[in-house]
Design a protein around this ligand. Structure first.
Ligand code: SF4
Length: 447
């Protein structure tokens, strides 16, 4: 069970030395109890306390990575049931399932699709993270070859060895051990053999049982064999089962501190109908899955699921922002159009996207408005004539361009007169109200 702040405080050095960044040991203990700081921030904690506190202050859901390298997917470490309580920490991995009895060309083509699935959405790189290779052939040599082929064609993707046959899983795990694949899966019958494969190759292991109760007994058994990094499959297949089981697992781990269910969850949502599959996947993403395995990765489906995932894992209390600066789009000449907007991410990406669409090289000044959109920032007094004038003057842009013309968002046309008074020597032009009119507006200027 998790310790309270006071219980933790009793184990700290109580010197109030402030090295942890907090004024007192008690303040640090309170933060540690909330899971918002790491015990390692206190350099003077004793070994004995470390052992006690290390376990107690660990996140209720074990944290580890799926895969290796820059694109390894961090999982677990969640501390809340609802994202309005505190941000969800690690976005779930999306994986595609490939059967090893497909032709080499088909396997290679799907793996290549995974490797090329990355898109940029509001400044974040989003992709299909993993490939599950299913042992459907019954031929371990064929399985190993398929696993190696996927590893080769999708060199940065995490791998899931979807194979309950211990001998076939062992050979495949050995072949791609450097990629630290997830071994899927251990059941009550094969737990020891699969745990040995996971332990020998230093891989995480999925535990599969019928429902949370059976699952908790199985994870204890697997842990007893020396495997720490475990992923849970409760056998849920329908949307209703996923919601019920995933919620029960999450609640047991977070509210009750029940360690046998304190692991990331995997859901297989495989369906013949891709629209139906996308719907079930969205439910799994929203309700606590750390890995969602799909049967296909059409681009439209990826975009829908990437968007759901990105929204679920965005901190609702912190507006998404981009850095305040003057962005060059294309290779603008000294007399290129010079526009201004606020630093709300969505505003920036929509406006810069429309400028790109216009193919008119331009400069876009992005002013810090604490992540608010243009109208909201204006209403909140963060995007006023005085503040815009100060930003433009301090940026020094006036010395770098030849035309000294600033294009204001049409929604704040009301600021143009005041801005002209404050920006001596500048011409203020009112641009379009809506971003989708920017290409026509810019093209008309250079026609
Ligand atoms: Fe207390 Fe450790 Fe923080 Fe110092 S660094 S104030 S001993 S918790």
């Amino acid at each position: 069970m998790a310790l309270t702040g006071v219980q933790i405080f009793k184990l700290l050095p109580k010197t109030n030395c402030k090295k942890c960044g907090f004024p007192t040991c008690l303040a640090f203990a309170m933060k540690l109890a909330q899971g918002s700081v790491e015990l390692s921030a206190c350099p003077d904690v004793s070994e004995e306390a470390k052992n006690t506190l290390g376990e107690a202050s660990a996140p209720p859901i074990r944290a580890f990575a799926l895969g290796t390298g820059d694109k390894a997917v961090k999982m677990g470490a969640e501390t809340v049931m609802f994202r309005h309580d505190k941000k969800f920490v690690n976005p779930c991995a999306l994986a595609v399932n490939i059967k090893d009895n497909l032709s080499e060309d088909e396997i290679a083509a799907t793996a290549a699709e995974v490797a090329g699935s990355e898109i940029d959405r509001v400044g974040q790189k989003l992709r299909i993270d993993a490939v599950s290779i299913e042992y459907a052939s019954g031929d371990s040599a064929k399985y190993e070859a398929a696993v190696k082929l996927v590893a080769d064609k999708a060199p940065e993707a995490a791998l899931i060895l979807n194979c309950s046959d211990a001998a076939a899983a062992e050979a495949a795990a050995k072949a791609v051990a450097a990629r630290r694949p997830l071994i899927y899966c251990a059941t009550d019958d094969n737990a020891e053999a699969m745990a040995n494969i996971a332990k020998t190759n230093n891989c995480p292991l999925a535990a599969c049982a019928d429902g949370p109760e059976a699952l908790s007994a199985l994870t204890e058994k697997i842990k007893g064999f020396g495997v720490e990094d475990i992923v849970l499959d409760s056998g849920a297949k329908t949307a209703k089962e996923m919601i019920i089981n995933n919620t029960q697992i999450r609640r047991s781990a977070i509210k009750k501190g029940f360690k046998p269910l304190g692991y990331p969850i995997i859901n297989f949502v495989l369906r013949d109908d891709p629209v139906y599959e996308a719907s079930i996947a969205a439910i799994a993403i929203a309700k606590y899955a750390s890995i969602v395995v799909l049967s296909s990765i059409e681009k439209w489906k990826n975009l829908a699921l990437f968007t759901v995932r990105q929204n679920i894992y965005t901190d609702p209390q912190v507006p998404m922002q981009v850095a305040q600066k003057i962005y060059e789009i294309g290779e603008p000449a000294a007399d290129a159009p010079f526009m201004i907007t606020t630093n709300f991410s969505l505003t920036y990406f929509i406006v810069s996207g429309e400028i790109e669409n216009s193919k008119v090289p331009s400069r876009l000044a992005v002013m810090d408005s604490e992540g608010l959109s243009v109208l909201t920032a204006w209403a909140a007094g963060k995007f006023t004539a005085a503040k815009i004038a100060q930003f433009v003057q301090e940026s020094g842009i006036g010395d770098q361009i030849s035309n000294k013309e600033l294009i204001l968002p049409g929604q704040v046309a009301i600021l143009s007169g005041a801005l002209e008074d404050k920006l001596d020597g500048w011409k203020i032009t009112v641009g379009p109200r809506e971003a989708n009119a920017i290409p026509t507006f810019l093209k008309a200027r250079v026609a």
